[in-house]
Design a protein around this ligand. Sequence first.
Ligand SMILES: [Zn+2]
Length: 432
Amino acid sequence: MRLRFTARALVIGDRAGTVVPDGVLDVEGGLIRWTGPAAEAPDAGGAERVELPGVLTPGLVNAHSHAPMVLFRGQGEGLPLDRWLREVMWPREARLTGDDVETAMTAASAEMLGNGVTTSVEMYFHPERIAAAVGVTGARAVIAAPLIPLPGLPPLDEQLAGAVALATGAPDDGTVEYGIGPHAAYTVPLPVLRAAAEAAREHDLLLHLHVAETATEGAGLFAAHGSSVPALLAAHDVLGGRVLAAHCVHLDDADLDLWQEYDVAVAHCPASNAKLASGVAPLRAMLDRGIRVGMGTDGPASNDGLDLLADVRLAAALARLAGRSATALPAAEAFWLATGGAAEAIGRRDLGVLEAGRRADLVHVDTRDLAFEPVGDPRDLLAHLVWSGGGRHVADVWVGGRQVVRAGRSTAVDVDALRAEVVARAARLARG
Ligand SMILES: [Zn+2]
């Protein structure tokens, strides 16, 4: 099927922040075939026309999420981190079933699509049920099968073998991709991390782990080995290949040198880092070194939203505060961190930018709203997207050219029914 989109403007999703007023975008076979100004568009032929009053942007890419945790949203608010984990999160997670994960992911995926997020990197239990959920909503996911030593779970070597089997058996259609998700260096032993990294490199899989989220989590490893977590990961052959490290709040210059040397990508999660008082990651320093960075929401128990545009705004605000400069992170670069930059960070250059050859993951933001006025220069639209826009302005979403959100509603699932199911399951998990 061929589609011709016309829009008030195309926001391309590149680092420079290109905005094409009065834009046209052609789609065929799930891919973008042409983009540019209407005045230069080729003959539309028999393409079906989609005329949009607002702007068309790339589908947003959420580089770090545990979306099924919508089951725990807001629970234990105000507790210190250790009590929140021990008293609220872990007891509930110990009771989780595959059905809980699939239902919660279906609801969360619909919520993300409604906010313009078409791809998310997920790390959570029952990865095959996460895949089933996005199969229903029509989203894409990169699912890092978790490796974590917990009572009731198989030994880590079995978990790793299961993750590799899942990844190598999945169809290669760009919809669901599996990776390997060892939780972190302070929870997963170094030899397991090394084996996971070796397997990831062998099969070209994403290796996704948490690094330096808090100031104290590396203390035990430092006491035992005398080096920082990044240095330990390098020494144990964990780096190299497609490595995506979430958070990276507490890295010094030597750690950043290693990230640069091994081309480690970062999932930047400022809302979670703020809510849990973890700190502010050195975003500007990472970008200046050419380190690949993508925006992440983190799980909805520690954000608590799944509205990536809100995280983009927070990232820009915090980078400016930290750098004491209104130019520390321009709106264009902030938006790129959730589109083209995020696609690079997760190693998926088929996503994130409106350009010919990439997948037709498209978001129509309805700009008939005071939040998007005035527009003196077309690039004001991009500034408004970052500083006054949000998921609430997303009207329509396509994934691979297929419409999955129409006028703000999922075309695939009954969001109200899903909410009722999440409510009932959350109550059961809380009761025990
Ligand atoms: Zn996380």
